[in-house]
Design a protein around this ligand. Structure first.
Ligand code: Z5A
Length: 209
């Protein structure tokens, strides 16, 4: 049986990742592909428990390296128990965030080196990389508007970080697309949901046999 494909969706908060993942999964199912949708941090019982530790609590709850280790630990369980078995069974996996979020937030934003984040990923998850990473890009005002409509005044521990932090995160995602153009694609997320889904399908067309 052919191994399934592993797709990750990345970008800042409120850009429409969850909306697009659901639409993309539907479009792939219509083509007869068996799709598993998951998210990070989370996706398995243990990783969802770590999610609560990471996203709740006070802004300074975790020191930067401890935070990076917790994300890597959650990812390790997610890869071992959900992602790899699904891919081995021929299913496609679409994950709402993955390694590139750690590289952008704990690396670009918090200042850990890319080499250190990749070293944690090698130990925790065997260095697994997605077949394609789709980064949704949207200007800050539109993303904040969308997140506010959905969440009101509620923000998680990482959303509350300052503008400089989030600018560094955005720049990191752009840099990954420049450095790895075959794997990482930037998608304009400013239009209607249907047209964004069509753009995502174009970017993964070569993976559909
Ligand atoms: N994090 C990290 O630091 N390191 C890591 O390794 C990992 C994660 C894996 C997880 O947050 C946090 O963890 C995240 C990064 C960090 N923190 N930050 N900041 P999360 O999983 O709770 O949330 P998120 O990933 O940041 O995304 P989100 O806020 O849930 O938003 P979204 O999924 O991108 O957007 P959405 O829910 O699909 O859409 C938002 C609203 O806009 C909603 O009302 C939609 O109906 C609406 N929408 C969507 N598309 C459109 C269009 N096209 N037009 C108009 N309105 C739209």
């Amino acid at each position: 049986m052919a191994r399934g494909k592993f797709i990750t969706i990345e970008g800042g908060e409120g850009v429409g990742k969850t909306t697009q993942i659901n639409a993309l999964a539907e479009a792939l199912r219509e083509k007869g592909i068996d799709v598993v949708v998951t998210r990070e941090p989370g996706g398995t019982e243990g990783a969802e428990a770590i999610r609560q530790l990471l996203l709740g609590g006070s802004a300074g709850r975790w020191e930067e390296r401890a935070e990076a280790l917790l994300f890597a630990a959650a990812r390790s369980d997610h890869v071992a128990r959900l992602i790899t078995p699904a891919l081995d069974a021929g299913k496609w996996v679409i994950s709402d965030r993955f390694l590139d979020s750690s590289r952008a937030y704990q690396g670009g934003g918090s200042g850990l080196s890319d080499d250190d984040i990749l070293a944690l990923h090698k130990v925790g998850s065997g260095g697994l990389l997605p077949d394609r990473t789709l980064v949704l890009k949207l200007n800050e005002e539109q993303a904040a508007e969308r997140a506010a409509i959905r969440d009101g005044v509620h923000s998680d521990r990482i959303q509350t970080r300052d503008k400089q932090f989030h600018d560094l995160v955005h720049r990191s995602f752009h840099r990954f697309a420049e450095q790895e153009p075959k794997r990482v694609r930037l998608i304009d997320a400013s239009g209607e949901p249907e047209s964004i889904t069509a753009s995502l399908m174009v970017e993964i067309a070569d993976l559909i046999a």
